[in-house]
Design a protein around this ligand. Structure first.
Ligand code: NAP
Length: 470
């Protein structure tokens, strides 16, 4: 893929970049390694000051940054502004919580025959982050904020269609005060990932993206014995049971499917509805989906902007066409507009069957699959019947059923009577082919720490636990 900014609302190429040479990549890794040695010896309080300064810059530059994101990948300006604010919030969260998250954890010294025993969390070095374009700032920040706070450094290989947002991120961390090389954007294609990951100075990798990209990174990292966190695709179920508030469920279903122009890993994609309320829900949902306004993402009246690439838009349309050709029914949408830009209308498709692509594949656009089920057990069978396991939603006011869904849905998260969302306070990640490892919360920070066991016997004069905190 060329490294370029192309406006998805017009198809116009606005700026192109040459990929970095091997020498430039090696020099960037060297700087990241030197910066790591510096960063690990700074105090948590100092790193928190830098991360807070980054949050201040993000807040101050919100509109300009949001416009850049909208121009590069087509999300609505309103959504882009909210994303910038969310990144600033996450920086402040980790700045405030890091002392607690990285504090030494005392163990039962007597049980392990020690004078003192504890667990210490230490940084591991430069980490490669391979990131997608769909939340071009947030996906990176949820790795970068905890990683930098822990004392690691970051090497970002961002998606090739968001180079300006990637360069902006490097600039923010530099201006916030982090040492040169603490966070570096590598303007490279995916063919350069192996060179970076096999460099002995690079200690681990995190990838958010598609399943094939995840497999490729995991293979390389496996050979190199390097830790990976993989956040991959999803086809989240959204189950509606008879006791649910149907108006609220249909309203949230519409947002959950069409947020970010339908291009979110945790978008609800398969709407699994009990037969007792199927027709009523389908009518309300299709009415709301067709009422959404598709158009210029900079216009504040627009609900759904263009998809990020022509290839992505055509893929979504091929999936819908495949279902229709095999007998599926389109309740709304389903037509590819002839206008410029890579727009696709909010679409609801029902009468799906397992042989159709939409049944088992992730649909990365504003297209909902609607499934009729006759019981709780059938709902769980359909919900869990894909290779993915990222997020999940269940709508029911029955407390016993709520608890059953929490146990039975095979996913990294279960949201009952609400929409899957990421919060810095809660772990985020998947099971099955949606990946492994967790981002956010203390778990996300510790994924790239050396969880070091410290055992001090009688006669030792070790330093006090907690001494590294300040
Ligand atoms: P993608 O093609 O996998 O791209 C993601 C990143 O991986 C880009 O930087 C891309 O670089 C790079 N890449 C692609 N193939 C690679 C390879 N073989 N080796 C190394 N790097 C490679 O994904 P996408 O289509 O842009 O993004 C959408 C996918 O991401 C969806 O499946 C979505 O569900 C998933 N996603 C998951 C989460 C989550 O948290 N679980 C969040 C957001 C998105 P280039 O741009 O240069 O190709």
């Amino acid at each position: 893929m060329p490294i370029a900014t192309t406006n998805p609302a017009t198809g116009q190429v606005l700026k192109t970049y040459d990929a970095m040479s091997d020498e430039q990549i090696d020099a960037a890794i060297e700087r990241a390694d030197l910066a790591y040695r510096q960063l690990r010896d700074t105090t948590i309080a100092q790193r928190a000051r830098w991360l807070t300064a980054a949050a201040d810059l993000l807040d101050a530059e919100r509109d300009e940054t949001a416009r850049l994101m909208t121009t590069e990948m087509g999300k609505t300006f309103a959504a882009a502004k909210a994303e910038v604010t969310k990144c600033a919030t996450a920086c402040r969260f980790y700045a405030a919580k890091a002392p607690e998250m990285l504090a030494d954890e005392p163990a039962d010294a007597a049980a392990v025959k020690a004078k003192r025993a504890y667990v210490r969390y230490q940084p591991i070095g430069p980490v490669l982050a391979v990131m997608p374009w769909n939340f071009p700032l947030w996906q990176v920040m949820r790795f970068a904020a905890p990683a930098l706070m822990a004392g690691n450094t970051g090497l970002l290989k961002h998606a090739s269609n968001v180079p300006q947002t990637a360069l902006y991120l490097e600039d923010v961390f530099r201006r916030a005060g982090f040492p040169e090389g603490a966070f570096t954007t590598l303007l490279v294609g995916s063919d350069a990932v192996e060179r970076v990951l096999t460099d002995p100075r690079v200690r681990a990798a995190t990838l958010t993206g598609s399943e094939p990209a995840g497999r490729s990174i995991a293979e390389i990292a496996g050979r190199e014995i390097k830790k990976t966190v993989l956040e991959l695709g999803g086809s989240d179920p959204f189950v509606v049971m008879p006791s649910a508030d149907l108006d609220r469920a249909a309203e949230v279903a519409t947002t959950a499917r069409c947020q970010n122009n339908g291009q979110s890993c945790i978008a609800a994609k398969r709407f699994i509805v009990h037969t007792d309320v199927f027709d009523a829900f389908a009518e309300k949902f299709a009415a709301r989906m067709s009422a959404l306004r598709v158009g210029d993402p900079m216009d504040e009246n627009t609900d759904v902007g263009p998809l990020a690439s022509e290839r992505g838009r055509d893929e979504v349309h091929d999936q819908v066409t495949d279902a229709v050709n095999q007998g599926a029914t389109v309740l709304c949408g389903g037509e590819k507009p002839a206008s410029d830009g890579w727009f696709y209308p909010p679409t609801v498709v029902t009468d799906l069957r397992p042989e159709m692509r939409m049944w088992g594949e992730e649909v990365f656009g504003p297209v909902a699959g609607l499934y009729r089920v006759g019981s709780y057990d059938e709902a769980i069978e359909v919900a869990n019947g894909t290779s993915f396991g990222l997020g999940s939603n269940a709508w029911t006011t029955d407390p016993a059923e709520q608890e059953r869904f929490a146990v039975d849905l095979d996913a990294g998260n279960v949201f009952v009577n609400g929409m899957t969302t990421s919060y810095p306070e809660l772990p985020f990640g998947g099971v099955k082919n949606s990946g492994y490892g967790r981002e956010l919360s203390a778990l996300g920070m510790r994924e790239f720490c050396n969880t070091k066991t410290v055992w001090i016997g009688e006669g030792e004069a070790g330093a006090g636990a907690g001494a590294h905190a300040e």
